[in-house]
Each structure stands twice: as structure tokens, then as C-alpha cells.
Design a protein around this ligand. Structure first.
Ligand code: NAD
Ligand code: LMR
Length: 327
């Protein structure tokens, strides 16, 4: 399968490209960036896995994208201390709109995995851009929220003294990807009682885990290595699904009206037409959302979802208005 990475020379792009070079399902790895992609691709091409690996520039973007089944987009600027993800909108909104227009033109069938922040707005930008081109396949546009899941798994395991590698069935994350739009949901509600007074701390760490990294990097950017692993985990699920495997349960930020069960979720949540939920993938496309998680929330989690919806409305609307060219 051909995978294209757009923003491949960046802090996320390079380690993500390395991981994709190691994935046996990938036969052709196209690395695109406005700088350095030829060098990154040459470097990776010496690794003795069977995939071909080439670098592309804005002059050769058509070649980079053509035939790609999966396009992963970690292009754009990262945060510095004191910034919110929304502060990145000014620069990244235009970058994502331009990239998605090219994907619509050269790889309209591709599954598009958006990493660029603010995800709560860049995914609506991607959807509206493709819609205006007549190229939208809603289940093919996915906002990558997997890093929130990794954090929830890691932190919950730390609090409960459990094996970090066996936590994916114990906790997941729904909602959006910034601050209080991030809602960790534990499978066994007794965990909330076990956490006791630490529950609030756990939720806060998951919601603001990105800030921990931004602060520690002290001006040098945001999460890159953990994000590369998160992006890899999600992209690998999409690739396995494309290869015919039954894959479900991975949350991603999706356009609800375009997928089975989405309209019911919209009615239940009110106001929002995008939300991250565990999804069912078929041939790498989101065919449905698993809404059952919403009918199984604790009182605390219900409150978190309500707050997430309140915040998401504005983020989503901002993305839509930008894509449609109005302020
Ligand atoms: P970075 O600055 O290290 O890398 C970004 C790369 O994008 C650079 O190589 C740059 O040249 C490239 N780029 C810029 N404009 C481009 C364009 N028009 N076409 C192609 N490439 C372009 O940044 P980073 O740390 O890799 O972060 C990238 C983005 O990912 C940021 O917006 C960041 O906030 C976001 N992010 C998201 C998550 C998430 O969970 N979804 C996690 C971490 C970071
Ligand atoms: C994260 O969650 O680490 C990313 O969204 C990057 C950021 O700005 O925090």
C-alpha cells in the first residue's frame, strides 16, 4: 500500500516516517514537505525493509499523493509555552486547507489522517474543503486523537499500579483534542472509586498532557515522539483494515452525519456534528461509530461530555467558517 506523509520532515513527521518504513503493509512511502523531504527519504531508504521511499517537494506534490491509499498530515506549526492549540489556527488553518485541496485533486480516494492542530477545527476545514470540491467521502477523514488514549492508558496504569501495555480495554478517550474537550472514559466505573480524590488529577493530566510536554520542551515545540507512536498506532489500524482485517474500537474525531450511528449521536449530544468516538473501520474507512459508550457513562463522565460539547461548538464552527471563506 502507498502511504504519503505530508509534513514528513518535522518533529512528528520524521519519527512517524521511520515507523511507517518498518511497517510490512507499506510498499511505497511518499514523504512530502516544503523542506528536507529528499534528505529524510534518502536516509530512510537505506533501511532494509521492502518498501520504496521517496521524497517530494511542492513541485512534485501530485506524484507524492497520486495513488496513496492513506495520507497522514502532521504539517503545520506546533505550540510554544503560553499558547493554546487554538492560537495555531491562524497559520495551520490555511496550511491544512491547501494540503487537503491537493489531496482532493490528486488522491480523492485516500483515507486522510489529520494530526495538525487545532484538530477540533482542522478536521472541519478538511471536510468542508472536500465537500466544496465535490470530493467528500466522510468516513475517509479522521482526526487523530490517539495520543489522548495513550496518555489515558499510561496515567491510569500509573495511578492503579497496572501494566501500561495492557490498558487499551480499560480506558479510552472521546470528544475532541484540546483541554476540556478531551474526555477520558474508563470501562470499569469502579476505577473511578478506586482513584478517589486522584480522579480529578487523572482527568486533568489527560486533558492537559500536551501542556506538560510543551512546558518541558521549553519553547522547542510540543509532543513529537509520543505523537509519532500514536499516529503510527492509528495509521496501522487503518492499514490493517485496508488489508481486510476486522478493525474497530479505535477512537477518532469524525464528521458524524457521514457515518452510521452518527446522527443518533448528534441527537444525543445536541449541537455538535463532529466528535471523537470509537469507530468501526471497513477497508480503512470509518463506516460507523460505537455510540454505546455514551449510554454507559458515569455521572462524572456525563458532566465532562457536556462541557466538551459546549467547547467544541465554537471550535468546529470556526473551522467551517474558515473553509467556507467567511470570518
Ligand atoms: P514541526 O514544525 O516540527 O513540523 C511541521 C512540518 O510541517 C515541518 O517540517 C514543516 O516544513 C512542514 N510544513 C509546514 N507547512 C507545510 C505545508 N504547507 N506542506 C507540507 N509540509 C508543511 O511540528 P510538529 O511538532 O511535527 O507538529 C506538527 C503539527 O502537529 C502541529 O500543528 C502540532 O500542534 C500538531 N500535533 C498534533 C497532535 C495530535 O495529537 N493530533 C500531537 C502533537 C502535535
Ligand atoms: C498534544 O496533545 O501533545 C498535541 O496536541 C500538541 C500540543 O499542542 O499540545
Amino acid at each position: 500500500m502507498k502511504v504519503a506523509i505530508v509534513g514528513a520532515s518535522g518533529g512528528i513527521g520524521q519519527p512517524l516516517s521511520l515507523l511507517m518504513k518498518l511497517n510490512p503493509l507499506v510498499t511505497d512511502l511518499a514523504l512530502y514537505d516544503i523542506r528536507l523531504a529528499a534528505g529524510v527519504a534518502k536516509d530512510l531508504s537505506h533501511i532494509s525493509t521492502n518498501s520504496a521511499c521517496h521524497g517530494y517537494t511542492p513541485q512534485t506534490i501530485q506524484e507524492a499523493l497520486q495513488g496513496a491509499q492513506v495520507v497522514i498530515v502532521p504539517a503545520g506549526v506546533p505550540r510554544k509555552p503560553g499558547m493554546t492549540r487554538d492560537d495555531l489556527f491562524k497559520i495551520n488553518a490555511g496550511i491544512v486547507k491547501g494540503i487537503v485541496s491537493s489531496i482532493g485533486q490528486y488522491a480523492p480516494q485516500a483515507r486522510i489522517l489529520i494530526i495538525s492542530n487545532p484538530v477540533n477545527s482542522t478536521v472541519p476545514i478538511a471536510v468542508e474543503t472536500l465537500k466544496s470540491m465535490g470530493k467528500l467521502q466522510p468516513g475517509n477523514v479522521m482526526g487523530v486523537t490517539t495520543l489522548d488514549c495513550l496518555r489515558a492508558e499510561t496515567f491510569l496504569a500509573e495511578y492503579l499500579h497496572k501494566d501500561k501495555t495492557a490498558m487499551s480495554d480499560e480506558v479510552t478517550v472521546i470528544g475532541g483534542h484540546s483541554g476540556s474537550t478531551i474526555v477520558p472514559v474508563v470501562s470499569n466505573k469502579r476505577s473511578i472509586d478506586k482513584l478517589g480524590s486522584q480522579y480529578g488529577e487523572f482527568v486533568h493530566r489527560v486533558q492537559f498532557g500536551g501542556d506538560e510536554v510543551v512546558k518541558a520542551k521549553d519553547g522547542a515545540g510540543s509532543a513529537t515522539l509520543s505523537m509519532a507512536f500514536a499516529g503510527y498506532r492509528f495509521a496501522d489500524a487503518v492499514l490493517r483494515s485496508l488489508a481486510g482485517e476486522k478493525v474497530s474500537g479505535f477512537p477518532t474525531f469524525v464528521y458524524l452525519p457521514g457515518v452510521a450511528g452518527g446522527r443518533e449521536v448528534q441527537r444525543a449530544l445536541g449541537k455538535v456534528d463532529y466528535f471523537a468516538l470509537p469507530v468501526v473501520l471497513q477497508k480503512g474507512t470509518v463506516v460507523g461509530v460505537d455510540a454505546s459508550i455514551l449510554s454507559n457513562l458515569s455521572k462524572e463522565e456525563k458532566g465532562l461530555v457536556e462541557e466538551a460539547v459546549r467547547q467544541l461548538v465554537g471550535n468546529i464552527d470556526k473551522g467551517k467558517r474558515f473553509a467556507l471563506g467567511s470570518k
